[in-house]
Design a protein around this ligand. Structure first.
Ligand SMILES: [Mg+2]
Length: 417
């Protein structure tokens, strides 16, 4: 089988409400690039990457000169072709490689008539458990609904999601408001939702000082925490927090490649590695990293960098085949209102999603949805992920001390939604 063409289409799919985070905001929708890799046997493999627009589409077009005529089974060769580590000093293509790896695995699965998890060692579980992934949210500019700013609103959303999807693990994304205010919200969440033994995790995206992180960590030690995620940015700060706080620390920011994983094994700063199929350059590097974590008995979970159904499928195949997935996975997915895959969005049941067992990734494009959301992208364009629509001029420093005001109940204008 030989690759004959690579197509990239940028789409934007609405969220229920804008998601606030420590570095800015998802302004009410996700922008994603959908990749189609075509072969001489008529098969089309699917990939997905975060962000998009002309520059992302041009990057994938440029990959045709590397990959047309290439056998999609030669994945290790493709790794060096696209993302040789020294050449990557000049061009950072890890995320591009990831999207192409997804598509090639999808092609191989289709050709061989097996799901991707069978190529990766076989399925250990039929369903992957997910955490509720709660965000502080602005109201939806069209409907005024969906705001999460107060502890009551947070608990109400968690309760609704638990009822609807069955989550038993809950993650709160913080780093938006003053840590004392977020502590109140987190404690309210644990008190109201945790009565039946549910577990919790908090992620301020690394924006606290080390001392603040220690203080916050010590004040939540009585909660049933899965872990505290990226309380500070940097291995040395994480190591200092870990000495003083009695719970596991997790990261998706300071251990995102094998060099960093090795450094963390030699001088441990983080207990749980959150594997992201995009950040690590594909599903296979995540499986390899999970093997290293298994050897050194570090915890593993699946990270979400914001996904549509193709990327979610990569997370499900990863979660299905690693033996040491010791925590529920994260997904932004339930905040989306729609998807671009056939049959509509994946469904949660009992807090988990069934791993697709069709050939390849097990998802196919809904052409009408793809066209609809590609058209929406053309109309709306991108949005700055690292800016907040209602805080112009704000710079998210690390450590941060410029918090949003929890009394501010404004709604962003509808422009750009
Ligand atoms: Mg994180």
């Amino acid at each position: 089988m030989k690759i004959t063409d690579i197509r990239a289409t940028t789409v934007t799919v609405p969220l229920e409400a804008p998601l606030r985070h420590a570095n800015g905001c998802h302004w009410g929708r996700f922008v994603r690039t959908v990749i189609e890799v075509e072969t001489d046997e008529g098969l089309v493999g699917l990939g997905e990457m975060g962000g998009g627009g002309e520059s992302a589409e041009a990057v994938f077009r440029a990959m045709k000169s590397y990959l047309v005529g290439h056998d999609p089974a030669r994945l290790e060769e493709m790794r060096f072709l696209i993302a040789n580590p020294t050449a990557s000093l000049y061009n950072n293509r890890t995320q591009v490689l990831a999207a192409l790896e997804f598509a090639c695995l999808d092609l191989l699965g289709q050709k061989w008539g097996v799901p991707v998890y069978d190529i990766l060692g076989g399925r250990l579980q039929d369903r992957v458990p997910f955490a509720s992934y709660l965000f502080f949210r602005y109201p939806n500019p069209r409907t005024g609904a969906g705001e999460v700013r107060t502890a009551d609103q947070l608990v109400a959303l968690a309760r609704e999601l638990k009822e609807r999807h069955g989550f038993t693990s809950h993650k709160l994304k913080g780093g938006v408001f003053h840590p004392d205010y977020e502590l109140e919200c987190y404690r309210a969440l644990a008190a109201e939702i945790g009565k039946g033994g549910d577990s919790f995790r908090f992620d301020p995206n690394g924006v606290w000082s080390t001392e603040r992180a220690i203080r916050f960590g010590q004040q939540i030690e009585d909660i049933r925490n899965d872990y505290l995620e990226d309380p500070v940015y940097g291995m040395n700060g994480m190591r200092r927090v870990r000495e003083k706080v009695r719970m596991p620390l997790a990261t998706n920011t300071v251990v995102v490649n094998f060099e960093q994983l090795a450094a963390n094994v030699l001088d441990t700063a983080v207990d749980v590695i959150l594997l992201d199929t995009t950040f690590w350059g594909g599903i296979r590097p995540c499986v390899k990293a999970a093997g290293v974590c298994e050897t050194f008995q570090l915890g593993v979970a699946v990270h979400s960098s914001g996904e549509l159904g193709i990327q979610l499928a990569t997370m499900l195949h990863l979660g299905a085949c690693i033996p040491n997935l010791s925590f529920a996975a994260d997904a932004h997915y339930h905040h989306l209102t729609d998807d671009i895959i056939e049959g509509g969005p994946f469904k949660y049941a009992g807090g988990s999603i069934r791993v697709p067992d069709g050939p390849g990734l097990g998802v196919r494009l809904d052409r009408d949805k793809l066209a609809e959301y590609a058209e929406a992208y053309k109309r709306l364009g991108g949005y700055p992920y690292d800016q907040d629509p209602l805080r112009p001029g704000w710079t998210p420093t690390i450590p941060n001390n410029r918090w949003a005001d929890p009394e501010d109940s404004r709604t962003p204008t509808a422009a750009g939604f």
